[in-house]
Design a binder for this molecule. Structure first.
Ligand code: NAD
Length: 437
């Protein structure tokens, strides 16, 4: 759809805050709004329409009381934000991290809307989370917290309404508790209410590594385009959790030497390439990459400036900033994390001809296989891992090619192209449905 008959409105679009905020979530929201503003400008939409696209449809803030193991009580703040529902039920992860804020969840929910539209899933975008440092709590405390949080957001979620999934600090265990809590409230088992569940509870084969496999595919496509052979290429990966560790493994298995990885505790480097299998075993044992005998400790910040072909930020948002973007030596940045590059850094990378594969494309493998899981759960019919991975690759390639085509025809970066493509699709759904009443 190239032209749009949007209703004229007089309200100005919600402008992104222009100053660097204390809350990293506010910076993330500013980045998300800046990306939307650019797409809206390219598409020629009215300011009122832009305002509508930029605002969350529903925002729920909840207090989550927890009875501690020692009998004390603690209360946490949780959120569930549904950004847009025009293309289908809301979809998006649940984050447990100390820094979680309403602005961060708003930004992440908006990116989910664009991501789902970009890879043509019948979903809108959502995100949720609780501000908590999970390291300070036992498994049984986290279970009680998850069950209470699920109960508090119950009015919003459901297999046809809003389907959570894992994100930072949550995993398939968390999804099992959420699924059980929701099912108990209904009186029957509802596997389709969450994705990223254990396979034995209706999860999909291939889901745990799906985001990383998608990151690997887009890294491979970008390297092909840049004329870099995988075998003998080099990479650095920031974050060694669910996304980063498997992304490093896929790169390693394809012959790319992963020279450095980091987590929130530190970083390790090996000029000949880290042994990723041994590093994963070390992490499983100690909980961190720190102390790995197969590499030397380095400053985590130095990882971003390492002279490698591909840099994969796979931790948190706002790590490549105006302060360090000039130091990025990689030719390609593949955003495993959501929002790792600020708007100012993005402009610097563009000037320096660094190819950035944007988050909403690079890490879309997770939500694609979440969609496969939801489809399988709703039909109670399960696919093999090979089928899941083959369908994932087809979708990733198709999204990559579509983003590259639009980038070439409209003279845009891959991020601008991906956002324009997604915003146009969401707008098409809005226009076709019309505005109630
Ligand atoms: P995770 O909790 O499994 O892992 C996060 C990793 O990042 C850990 O190794 C942690 O130590 C590290 N980390 C945290 N802060 C850091 C910092 N400041 N510097 C370096 N490392 C740091 O989380 P995850 O699921 O792997 O998510 C990582 C990113 O990928 C997030 O941005 C998330 O939104 C995004 N993402 C995840 C999925 C998914 O399926 N899990 C899908 C799409 C996008």
């Amino acid at each position: 759809m190239t032209t749009l008959d949007t209703p004229p409105m007089t309200q100005s679009p919600r402008m992104a805050p222009s100053v660097l905020a204390e809350d990293p979530g506010t910076q993330a929201l500013a980045d998300a709004h800046a990306q939307l503003s650019h797409a809206v400008e390219v598409l020629g939409y009215s300011p009122g329409y832009a305002d509508m696209l930029g605002r969350a449809r529903r925002e729920l803030r909840v207090s989550v009381p927890l009875r501690r193991d020692n009998g004390d009580y603690a209360v946490f703040t949780g959120y569930r934000v549904q950004h847009n529902l025009s293309r289908g039920p809301a979809k998006g992860g649940i984050r447990y991290a100390a820094e979680v804020s309403l602005d961060e969840v708003r930004a992440l929910a908006m990116w989910m809307t664009w991501k789902c539209a970009l890879v043509e899933l019948p979903y809108g975008g959502a995100k949720g989370g609780i501000a908590i440092d999970t390291r300070d709590y036992s498994q049984s405390e986290l279970e009680r917290l998850t069950r209470r949080y699920t109960t508090e957001i119950l009015p919003l979620i459901g297999p046809e309404k809003d389907i959570p999934a894992p994100d930072i600090g949550t995993d398939e265990r968390t999804m099992a508790w959420m699924m059980d809590t929701y099912s108990v409230s209904k009186g029957y088992t509802v596997p389709g209410v969450v994705t990223g569940k254990p396979v034995s509870l209706g999860g999909s084969l291939g889901r745990p590594s799906a985001t990383s496999l998608g990151v690997f595919h887009t890294a491979r496509f970008a390297m092909e385009q840049a004329g870099i052979r995988l075998d003998g290429a080099t990479a650095a990966v920031q974050g060694f959790g669910k996304v980063g560790a498997d992304a490093a493994r896929f790169l390693d298995e394809a012959g790319v030497a992963v020279l450095a990885v980091s987590d929130r505790y530190g970083a390790v480097h090996n000029a000949s390439g880290l042994d990723i299998t041994e590093l994963r075993a070390h992490c499983a044992e100690t909980g961190s990459v720190v102390g790995f005998a197969g590499g030397q400790p380095v400053e985590p910040a130095d990882l971003l400036a390492l002279n490698v072909d591909v840099l994969v930020p796979a931790a948190v948002e706002g790590v490549i900033t105006a302060d360090n973007a000039h130091d990025v030596a990689a030719r390609i940045v593949v955003e495993g994390a959501n929002g790792p590059t600020t708007t100012a850094a993005d402009a610097i990378l563009r000037e320096r001809d660094v190819l950035v594969v944007p988050d909403i494309l690079a890490n879309a493998g997770g939500v694609i296989v979440s969609y496969f899981e939801w489809v399988q759960a709703n039909q109670a019919y399960w696919w093999t891992q090979a089928e899941v991975e083959q369908r994932l690759e087809v979708r990733m390639r198709s999204a990559w090619e579509s983003v590259c085509r639009t980038a070439a025809s409209r003279q845009l970066t891959l991020r601008q192209s991906a956002t324009v493509t997604a915003v146009e699709r969401v707008t098409e759904a809005h226009v076709l449905r019309g505005l109630y009443p």
